[in-house]
Structures are given as structure tokens and as C-alpha cells.
Design a protein around this ligand. Structure first.
Ligand code: C5P
Length: 253
């Protein structure tokens, strides 16, 4: 069999050429990085969990009419996705203050925000993904005002869906990041949710205890990252309640 072509390798995922034009295979690695890859580790099984969880969120979004790049899961670590042109922004939605917002404004983590707040960072690792105002985005041509209006609407729909799903399993959606891609359908450009949605890109706190069930467990050395992600997957019914090790292939069909 011919070796498939690598299209892009990022910190947590690899993209390969897909079987049809306009498709890619997205492979989830076990690598965990934080603080712009200053902190790194390999967490056995993380890629398997994120592949499953991203599938769960993306298919749920599609069911309520939010377009995403997800086509189908191929195996434990890979999914088939639509090829998109990534808008070079990290779109962050916050419901509660945490992380860089809490630091920047001197807010206590967990403070409820008056409404969901959408912010943008420019996707550039060498610059540390700096927060950018809309005016920069438009002036530098990364997106138009119309794109930004559509992206904010998309991000808020994702927020409503994710917050509701998480609340249903006793988890508070503190904040999350999505990436958005352009696809062309006939002569029309559409913006769709791309990349991944997983505990790597969200802050998820247990509603009762505020226990962190997301990548902050790794960033802040709060315990076993796989335990946290497995807990999220189990509550969502993505893994069997019996809870066997997620690295066993037989469990993830
Ligand atoms: O670090 P900060 O508080 O700005 O992160 C906000 C949210 O965006 C968090 O859920 C974090 O996991 C996510 N994020 C991400 N990738 C980045 C930066 C932030 O997934 N490069």
C-alpha cells in the first residue's frame, strides 16, 4: 500500500491526505503541550479519548444544524474530515473568568461573566497566539467584518450546545476555543467549525466540586490527565460506565 501523504503536523494532531479530493484524515496524537509547547509530555491514550470526544461534540453540533468539518471516525485515533482553509484565529468563548482572562483582569477564577464573551487570538505560535481586536483582524485581512459576525454567531451556537450538554452531565463549561475554516459550495463560501473540540480546548469543571476535568490538569500538575478526560467521556456515555482502560482497542469501536 502506498504511504499516505502528510499534509501538516501540529502539536496534538497530524493531517494526512484523505481518500477523496477535499478530504483529510485527522490523526490524534498522545502528545500534550502547554504554554506554547514549553511543557510537554506523552499521555498514553489521550489521542484516543480526544478522537472520540471530538466526534461526539461535532456530530451533536451537526445534528442541531451547526456545520463542522467532521465526516466520520475511521478508527481509534483517526477521523475523516473536510479540508478547509483555516481562518488564522483562535476563537475563544468564555462563560466564567479563568486562565488568561482572569490573569489579565485580576478576576478570581470562576467569576461568572455578565454574558458569554467571544475573543480572538491570532494563530501564530512564534508570537504566542496574541489576543487581537477585531480591527486588527479586518485591517490585516485575516477575516472580513461579515466573516467575524458569522464566526461570533457560530461560536455562540457552539457555546449554547456545549454548555447544555455539559450541564446535563454535571459539568460547567467555563470556556473553550474553536477554530473555523472556509469551504466553498458552488460559488458560496461557508464558515464551519474545524480542528477539534475536546478537553484539550475547553475548561470543564465539575459543577459540585469545581474539580478540573480538562487540560489545566496537565498545565497545573493537578493529577492524571487521562483520569480527567475519561471521567468526561464516561459521563457523556462515550465510554462504557464500567470504565476499563481506554487504551484497550476493544473498547473503542
Ligand atoms: O489560556 P486561555 O485562558 O486564554 O484559554 C481559554 C480557552 O481556550 C481554554 O479553554 C483553553 O484550553 C483554550 N485554548 C486552546 N488553545 C490555545 C489557547 C487556549 O485550546 N492555544
Amino acid at each position: 500500500m502506498a504511504r499516505r501523504k502528510l499534509v501538516y503536523e501540529g502539536k496534538a494532531k497530524i493531517l494526512y491526505e484523505g481518500p477523496e479530493p477535499g478530504t483529510l484524515v485527522q490523526y490524534f496524537k498522545d502528545d500534550a503541550t502547554a504554554f506554547n509547547a514549553e511543557k510537554k509530555d506523552v499521555i498514553d491514550g489521550k489521542g484516543v479519548l480526544n478522537n472520540r470526544l471530538s466526534e461526539f461534540f461535532m456530530t451533536g453540533l451537526q445534528r442541531i444544524g451547526v456545520p463542522t468539518h467532521f465526516i466520520k471516525r475511521l478508527n481509534m485515533r483517526e477521523q475523516l474530515i473536510r479540508q478547509v482553509e483555516i481562518v488564522p484565529l483562535e476563537v475563544i468563548v468564555r462563560n466564567f473568568a479563568a486562565g488568561t482572562m482572569a490573569q489579565r483582569l485580576g478576576l478570581e477564577e470562576g467569576t461568572a461573566l455578565p454574558r458569554p464573551i467571544v475573543e480572538f487570538s491570532y494563530k501564530d505560535d512564534s508570537l504566542g497566539d496574541p489576543l487581537v481586536p477585531e480591527e486588527y483582524i479586518i485591517a490585516f485581512g485575516w477575516a472580513t467584518q461579515q466573516d467575524l459576525d458569522d464566526i461570533v454567531a457560530l461560536a455562540l451556537r457552539v457555546n449554547d450546545f456545549m454548555a447544555g450538554v455539559m450541564h446535563g452531565v454535571g459539568i460547567k463549561l467555563v470556556d473553550f476555543k474553536i477554530e473555523v475554516g472556509r469551504v466553498w459550495e458552488n460559488d458560496f463560501m461557508r464558515l464551519i467549525v474545524a480542528d477539534e473540540i475536546s478537553p484539550d480546548s475547553c475548561r470543564l469543571w465539575d459543577i459540585e466540586t469545581d474539580r478540573k476535568l480538562d487540560k489545566d490538569v496537565f498545565r497545573r500538575d493537578l493529577g492524571d490527565l487521562n483520569d480527567a478526560y475519561t471521567e468526561v467521556a464516561r459521563r457523556l456515555g462515550v465510554l462504557p460506565k464500567s470504565g476499563q482502560p481506554i487504551t484497550k482497542p476493544t473498547l473503542i469501536n
